[in-house]
Design a protein around this ligand. Structure first.
Ligand code: FES
Length: 581
């Protein structure tokens, strides 16, 4: 636990952390007050007020956060109105679309930056502004470690896509039409015109991809104003939510309501239930384990499998369902959905509002049973994610089986192995490749170290010639992740990864591989003696990075089943306050 947080539950101005910078009679505090005047502030405007850092992941290259600069102004308005002093502080943006090899490689860097910015400046509380996939866990991980009062402002989903009378989901329908293009069923002109219909406004992907899965999970954790996660990015309600979050965080500081008082084991269990009921992204498994680790809460893969078996999928949202986030919001949003699951949730825990989770769900209604299904008519009777184990994944693997062809959930096929993404691209459409619809596509070197960063390669492409024969799903196995907007019988997050010598590294072309989702099994049907022989032959690859952040990353990243945090960030231990006065 950080030493930043005071144990008292109500603060006076002289108790504020920022008072160490601005109060007192020393030379340093004199300098801090003088430099505040340089910022254009009169003493009576800010001294004695909680300093609120608005950590903004806006960037000109992140379309999902394009509106966050404007929203930060509204957060600041709320902070001023509530008697605080807002300070906008830009932090890294992680654009899921543009950042390579994958923004997952930089989630922990954002988490470090968040923690250290909060720690090293005269900050009393924080508003965390993000939403594009990895920004949400990155900000929350850092805030949990810093343990200053904080509230998360989700960027909100973009408007629904439209194209020639068809409603489109970003990501999901792009993958779908990419397959149709490769199958030759749509023209080049159609493919090009599709670009204008997929993403019509600022905001995060409007399917139940990783962005909406994670912002919903954080709302369920109690770190977001109730109902905020699904507000469309350009809805006027989003402006009001931003200002209300700014107002609320000031009281959070005075109440000393820190993340460690909100993020307990019950909160994380409810977040997992939420992800399952939403049919959410498999990326949430990794992120929630990492976030719980920062709260020193032991959350493991088996918790996901257990809760998934107990939780029906109620949200009928793409890619597993039919609707989009805008529909979900107007159907009642997360509060409506969670109210239907109230007897499975921990209603007496405190949230960022200072009220209990149960109080925040009270009175929630569902306005469209087709979008948020009733308990007696779920989209699926069990949450869509299963955790698999076996000799191919001793430390576990996951599959989002609700988004897969049911015919493949019990399947044995012969492996077709690709060693890395480049090899996959080079050979997947090679006419000489021996492959059928029953083959199992295997991708190695796509894990946390081997990817690096576990890129979202897990939905391996189906060869063009099989697409033209009408094949739309195959069993695929990798140590990669998969976009939350993707789908298919894709076994992901195989741990340990092949790059560090996990059994995935030992698979050869033609080996039988068995996927058995009902039995939660993933097996390489090769005799143990032969596997031992292959292991003796296996040689660790040369290090990919010899310097810089890549080297730091490779040395400290944990495997997928442990959340891919840096072990030195996840472990408990003291971290002194900086000397200020
Ligand atoms: Fe930003 Fe999907 S690309 S949320």
């Amino acid at each position: 636990m950080s030493e930043l947080a005071s144990e008292s539950s109500a603060l006076r101005p002289e108790d504020l952390r920022s008072h160490q910078w601005y109060g007192g009679d020393g030379l340093r505090s004199f300098s801090h007050r003088a430099r505040s005047r340089q910022l254009g502030l009169n003493p009576e405007e800010h001294l004695g007020k909680p300093v609120i850092a608005i950590l903004n992941t806006w960037s000109g290259i992140n379309p999902c956060h394009l509106h966050l600069r404007e929203r930060a102004q509204e957060v600041a308005r709320g902070v001023w109105q509530a008697g605080g002093y807002p300070v906008e502080m830009p932090v890294s943006t992680l654009s899921e679309t543009f950042q390579k090899p994958t923004p997952m490689m930089y989630r922990n860097l954002l988490a470090m930056e968040t923690e250290e910015v909060l720690r090293s400046y005269p900050i009393d509380g924080a508003v965390l502004m993000g939403g594009c996939d990895k920004t949400t866990p990155g900000l929350l991980m850092g805030a949990a470690s810093a343990d200053l009062p904080a509230i998360f402002v989700p960027a909100g989903p973009m408007l629904a896509g439209h194209w020639r009378g068809e409603i489109l989901g970003s990501g999901t329908d792009m993958w779908r039409y990419w397959d149709e293009r490769r199958a030759g069923t749509i023209s080049e002109a159609d493919w090009n015109s599709l670009q204008s219909g997929l993403a019509r406004s600022p905001g995060t992907c409007m399917t139940m991809g990783t962005a909406s899965t994670m912002t919903s999970a954080v709302e369920a954790l109690g770190m977001v104003l109730p109902g905020a996660a699904s507000i469309p990015a350009v809805d006027s309600g989003h402006h009001r939510m931003a200002a209300a979050s700014g107002m609320r965080v000031v009281d959070l500081v005075w109440e000393n309501l820190t993340p460690s008082r909100i993020l307990d084991a019950r909160a994380y269990a409810d977040a997992v239930t939420t992800v399952m009921a939403l049919g959410g992204s498999t990326n949430a498994v990794i992120h929630l384990i990492a976030m719980a680790g920062r709260s020193q809460i032991p959350l493991c893969l088996d918790d996901f499998d257990r809760i998934a078996r107990e939780t029906p999928v109620l949200a009928d949202i793409r890619p597993g369902g039919a609707f989009l986030m805008e529909d979900f919001h107007y159907a009642g949003g997360l509060r409506g959905l969670l109210a239907r699951l109230a007897d499975r949730l921990h209603l007496d825990r405190v949230t960022v509002t200072g009220r209990t989770f149960g109080e925040e769900l009270a009175g929630a209604e569902v306005h469209d049973d087709n979008v948020i299904r009733p308990l007696d008519r779920p989209l699926a009777t069990e949450g869509g994610v299963a955790v698999l184990r076996g000799n191919l994944a001793p430390d576990g693997a996951v599959i989002k089986y609700v988004a897969a062809d049911p015919r493949l959930l019990r399947h044995t096929g012969r492996a077709v192995v690709f060693h890395g993404y480049r090899d996959l691209q080079d050979r997947i459409n090679d006419p000489a490749l021996e492959i059928t619809a029953d083959s199992v596509l295997v991708l190695t070197n796509a894990g946390p170290k081997g990817g690096p960063g576990m890129p979202e390669y897990g939905m391996l492409p189906i060869p063009d010639r099989l697409l033209k024969q009408g094949v739309r799903d195959m069993v695929r196995v990798s140590d990669a992740r998969m976009s939350g907007t993707s789908y298919g019988a894709c076994v992901l997050h195989v741990a340990p990864e092949s790059y560090v010598g996990g059994p995935l590294a030992l698979v050869r072309d033609g080996d039988p591989v068995t996927l058995d989702v009902p039995e939660r099994a993933l097996r390489l049907e090769v005799p143990a003696g032969e596997l031992a022989r292959r292991r003796a032959e296996w040689r660790a690859p040369e290090p990919m990075f010899e310097r810089g952040y890549g080297a730091l990353y490779a040395e400290h990243i944990t495997q997928a089943d442990r959340g891919c945090d840096f072990e030195f960030l996840a472990r408990p231990g003291k971290y002194p306050e900086p000397y200020a006065q």
